[in-house]
Design a binder for this molecule. Structure first.
Ligand code: GDP
Length: 198
């Protein structure tokens, strides 16, 4: 799939105020600073469509972007940021979980994970929650330009081992990406294009 247009539609802190038409949507989520804004900008060929955050934890809204006038890309707030107050964190979690529980238009989510790090508890817990609620998602490993191919392989294998050791029967579908080099862009867009056609 080629992205020919990408436009901001609306920011919300309430799921009930999100667009009400039935266009399919794909949601991007991950810990603050994982590279979500950079990935969205890379996918849409735009420099500043999603605001890259010098200040982690800043984006606390559900942001809808319309792509090619036929699907929504949804930029969700980062989770698990330690420096926000407990109550602010709770608010993120509430509307994040409400979004996933209520949004019938959601086709699939993409859970972003920094390829450089060992499996992190907050990511594992989030994916566990997604699994328990039967929300379809793929993992998107980010910042692949920072590691050599062998290290990427090793870190993905670690994730897989950890997930199987938890309650997963298999590793979810995953992508290896870099917003700096463009690795994984075509694969991710083809995947969205294919499920959009189903
Ligand atoms: P967000 O908070 O998840 O939206 O993360 P940002 O997109 O703002 O990125 C956080 C930091 O990681 C910024 O300093 C980016 O320049 C950097 N970053 C994001 N993606 C990549 C990538 O693919 N490669 C490298 N090397 N750095 C990246």
């Amino acid at each position: 799939m080629k992205i020919t247009s990408a436009n901001f539609v609306i920011s919300n802190s309430e799921v009930s105020k999100c667009p009400t038409n039935k266009l399919p949507e794909y949601a991007f989520i991950g810990r603050s600073n994982v590279g979500k804004s950079s990935l969205i900008n890379m996918l849409t060929n735009r420099k500043n469509l999603a605001k890259t955050s010098g200040r982690p934890g800043k984006t606390q809204l559900i942001n809808h972007f319309i792509i090619n006038n036929n699907w929504y890309l949804v930029d969700l707030p980062g989770y698990g940021y330690a420096r926000v107050s407990k109550s602010a964190k709770k608010v993120f979690q509430k509307f994040i979980t409400e979004y996933f529980e209520q949004r019938a238009q959601l086709v699939s989510a993409f859970v972003l994970i920094d390829i450089r790090h060992e499996p992190q508890k907050v990511d594992m817990e989030f994916m566990q929650w997604m699994g328990e609620h039967q929300i379809p998602f793929s993992i998107v490993f980010t910042k692949a330009d920072k590691l050599k191919p062998k290290a990427i392989e090793r870190n993905v294998a670690d994730y897989k081992a950890k997930m199987l050791e938890d309650t997963w029967e298999e590793m979810p579908n995953y992508f290896i990406t870099s917003s700096s080099s463009g690795i994984g862009k075509d694969e991710l867009l083809s995947y969205i294009g294919e499920i959009n056609m189903e």
